[in-house]
Design a protein around this ligand. Structure first.
Ligand code: GUN
Ligand code: ZN
Length: 415
């Protein structure tokens, strides 16, 4: 057993959507990669003279991104158009490159380095359909990531459909190999899958209590195409519901153009929304109706949705989340932004026993940020920390720690 380490720094600890605890002169006691205790530094005076590390920074828990496409990392934010045209013209051609394992390995390394540099320590990511690229990414993971290869049976370029699993048994094999902590069942979206295939995936998800990730109601053109492809369904949400794909471990990206009936269904199933404000802005998809989501009590966490999202920085996602809803006259606080980018994400991924804030026993995964001035109010100061261009925000963290060990973020970033 290693001796405990007491870190003296400012600490911001999210509690829920309305509360955080701020210690300007705080202490974080860690041992063997776990949090023992957090509080004001004065509360640690009785502590035996263990190793003390004084940092001129502020600590927040590791950031959590519940919806990102690692295979789109190096084409992120490059294109702006309607979702369906963007997928067909830019994204699907790019994803075909992931049949090359060397290419996949190089990009997986860059992805995990860059997300860590930006302070993300936990997330769930879409792979291309290729099983080998998925394995390579699983091999290269730094931090705590759930991965799923996009299942695409139709309505996409042949090489992607050919590379994709096309039945639930194949997906069950991957789930078994990687384990349900590491693998998410990932029907890309209903336009790429038949009702029958989705039913098989829904059954598997229920039997194995597996995480499910997919896209729901992102663009109006997509919703129109869904209506034509699934005339028997009441609406887009019903397509997934009939397949048994909606449950408390389902994470649905976007959820913008939903009716009250669809909101009710999501709430009843306990499903999560991956709210992707920067992506929604970039593709001009629309604003998620936050008031309706709140009214229905639907759970949600923030996500970058790179590559439609222009940046993997969750600080940037928080910035766009606050700006977008405030511009529409909806109240959102910095406290809620931090909660949605940390603890809510950990809850969404079933990891709140080990991630999301500094509760004792959790992994000591955290991010060092520039320290607030002595007179700064935490709200005001945190809001200031979120200003700037995406590229600045990707580099704002001073250092990221994983299980009590600092990772040299400055050198970690890929070219
Ligand atoms: N819908 C289906 N595939 C995708 C994707 O790769 N990105 C986004 N933003 N939406 C999708
Ligand atoms: Zn997406």
């Amino acid at each position: 057993m290693n001796p405990p380490l007491l870190i003296r720094a400012s600490v911001l600890n999210p509690v829920d959507a309305d509360h955080w605890v701020f210690h300007r002169d705080g202490g974080l006691l860690i041992q063997n990669g776990r949090v023992l205790r957090v509080g004001a530094i004065s509360e640690f005076q009785d502590h035996p003279a263990s190793a003390l590390l004084e940092l001129d920074s502020l600590l927040i828990p590791g950031l959590v991104d519940v919806h990102i496409h690692w295979v789109q990392h190096h084409v992120r934010g490059r294109f702006r158009s309607d979702l369906m045209a963007w997928l067909r013209e830019h994204i699907w051609p790019e994803e075909q490159n992931f049949d090359n394992t060397l290419f996949a390995r190089r990009l997986a390394r860059a992805f995990f380095q860059d997300t860590l540099r930006a302070g993300t320590t936990l997330g769930m990511a879409y792979s291309s359909p290729h099983t080998e690229a998925l394995r390579v990414a699983a091999d290269e993971v730094v931090g705590d990531w759930v991965l799923g290869n996009s299942i695409m049976e139709k309505a996409a370029p042949e090489p992607l459909c050919d590379a994709s699993p096309d039945n639930a048994d194949q997906v069950a094999g991957l789930l078994k190999t990687l384990g349900r902590e590491r693998y998410a069942i990932t029907p890309r979206f209903a336009l790429n899958c038949s009702a029958e295939l989705m039913r098989g995936l829904g059954d598997l998800a229920r039997q194995e209590k597996a995480l499910v990730q997919t896209h729901l109601s992102e663009s109006l053109n997509e919703v129109r195409e869904i209506r034509e492809a699934f005339p028997e369904a009441r609406d887009y949400t019903d397509v997934y519901d009939r397949a048994g794909l909606l449950g408390p471990r389902s994470v649905l990206g976007h959820c913008i153009h939903l009716s009250p009936r669809e909101h009710r269904t999501l709430a009843q199933r306990g499903a999560w929304i991956a709210h992707c404000p920067s992506s929604n802005e970039a593709l001009d998809s629309g604003r998620m109706d936050l008031q309706a989501v709140r009214r229905h009590g639907i759970r949600y966490a923030l996500a970058s949705d790179v590559g439609a999202g222009p940046s993997h920085s969750m600080l940037h996602v928080m910035q766009r989340y606050l700006a977008q809803h405030r511009n529409a006259g909806v109240q959102v606080s910095t406290r809620e932004a931090l909660y949605r980018a940390t603890l809510a994400g950990a809850e969404c991924l079933g990891r709140n026993d080990r991630a999301g804030n500094f509760a004792p026993g959790k992994h000591a995964d955290f991010v060092e940020l520039p320290r607030p001035g002595d007179d700064a109010e935490p709200e005001h100061w945190f809001e200031n920390l979120l200003t700037g261009e995406a590229r600045d925000l990707e580099r704002r963290p001073l250092r990221t720690w994983i299980q009590g060990n600092p990772v040299d973020a400055a050198t970690a970033e890929s070219a």
